[in-house]
Design a protein around this ligand. Structure first.
Ligand SMILES: NC(=O)c1ccc[n+]([C@@H]2O[C@H](COP(=O)([O-])OP(=O)(O)OC[C@H]3O[C@@H](n4cnc5c(N)ncnc54)[C@H](O)[C@@H]3O)[C@@H](O)[C@H]2O)c1
Length: 347
């Protein structure tokens, strides 16, 4: 049997995402080899050498001067992404970059241009597309369970006083970029239709920095959907994480079960409603006597399988397959985030 290629992988940034999200996935995947790490903090480089026996560097230039990994995973603070990705491409190295792609659309476009110029590959790490709730929801929507969908609400609520670099706009922080990037990507993936209009509000409430800790984003799509994203880091009691509204029913994500709960009626099962041709509502009725054959159903998430993101990475970076997330779609996320920021003065 032909042995599969191993992807020698360097991780740039040994913080929360580098250490807790990416290294465990890289080391768990038999076709990825964690070979090198970059971080300006010696204490973190030492940890990486001791735990994983990898070569470590204080900066990217030293990494590329000493070795040529197949792939770098960029998980440094956001304002470094562009410079580090372009440097990787110039050294013939592919890039898996964590979200958000960069601090601005212009920088994101420069990254994509450098990728094309050097004939390299790049994918953004937008894992919510791969999560089991997204896989299950796509399946339920494809079954046309609730009819034509007109509204998807996604809410990400926490109560946190932001005190780290993510509290500052100059580093690409703020919850629109930080959390919003996840959910704009997830909802665009679900809607599968171009955005035609957008509305946005941002507020800095309790963050210690200058960037927003609350943002509300409403996107309209060409196929008639409203995508409503709320990122709220000042929520002591969180609202429902996800709700999907169709003409014949509603789906609610129940994170405790965890499952999608549905209330819907079958196609064609609605009574024939006759439009009233009068300025006096018949029988003084508020139409709360209308009857539908409601069905209730629960779809446990354990019946579905999440997409293995790193397997998708392998198929793209080593197998030559189409990317799970095309760069154009990540550029569109950046365009939307940037437009939204322009439309919403921060207060
Ligand atoms: N996909 C996700 O769910 C997810 C979760 C968290 C963070 N992120 C993203 O990952 C990136 C890092 O965020 P984090 O929360 O891990 O930050 P963090 O503050 O926890 O870690 C940042 C790490 O990068 C190091 N660093 C600083 N400057 C560097 C440089 N020039 N080159 C290399 N390393 C450098 C720091 O020393 C630190 O170890 C951000 O872009 C963030 O948006 C994504």
């Amino acid at each position: 049997m032909k042995t599969k290629k191993v992807i020698n992988t360097a991780v740039i940034g040994l913080g929360r995402a580098g250490w807790q999200i990416h290294i465990p996935q890289i080391t768990a995947h038999e076709n990825f080899k964690f070979t090198a790490a970059v971080d300006p903090l010696e204490s973190r480089r030492k940890e990486a050498r001791e735990q994983f026996g990898v070569n470590t560097y204080a900066d990217c230039r030293s990494l590329f001067e000493s070795e040529k990994p197949d792939l770098v995973v960029i998980v440094s603070p956001t304002h470094f992404h562009k410079e580090q990705a372009v440097m990787a491409f110039e050294h013939g190295v592919d890039v898996l970059c964590d979200k958000p792609m960069a601090v601005s659309l212009m920088e994101a476009r420069e990254m994509a241009a450098a990728m094309r110029r050097h004939k390299r590959r790049m994918m953004l790490y937008q894992p919510h597309r791969a999560y089991v709730e997204t896989v299950a929801l796509r399946h339920l929507l494809a079954k046309n369970l609730i009819g034509r969908v007109f509204l998807i609400k996604r809410s990400w609520c926490r109560y946190r006083v932001r005190v780290d670099w993510q509290a500052f706009s100059r580093y690409g922080g703020g919850e629109l970029n930080n959390s919003g990037a996840h959910f704009v990507d997830q909802l665009l993936y679900l809607a599968a239709s171009p955005v035609t209009n957008m509305h946005c509000l941002r507020r800095k409430i309790i963050s210690k920095g200058d960037a927003e800790d609350f943002a509300r984003l409403i996107l309209e799509t060409a196929n008639g959907m409203v995508l409503d994203v709320e990122v709220n880091f000042v929520a002591a009691i969180p609202s429902r994480p996800m709700e999907v509204y169709g003409e014949r029913g509603t789906l609610i994500l129940d994170e405790e079960t965890p499952a999608w709960r549905a209330r819907y009626y079958d196609e064609g099962a609605a009574e024939n409603f006759k439009l009233q041709n009068s300025l006096a509502a018949e029988n003084r009725s508020y139409m709360d006597d209308q009857r539908f054959s409601w069905r209730e159903a629960t779809f446990p998430l354990e019946d579905y399988k999440p997409v293995n993101f790193y397997r998708k990475c392998y198929d793209y970076f080593a197998g030559g397959e189409e990317p799970f997330i095309p760069v154009e779609e990540s550029l569109e996320v950046m365009r939307i985030l940037e437009e939204c920021k322009k439309k919403s003065a921060l207060s």
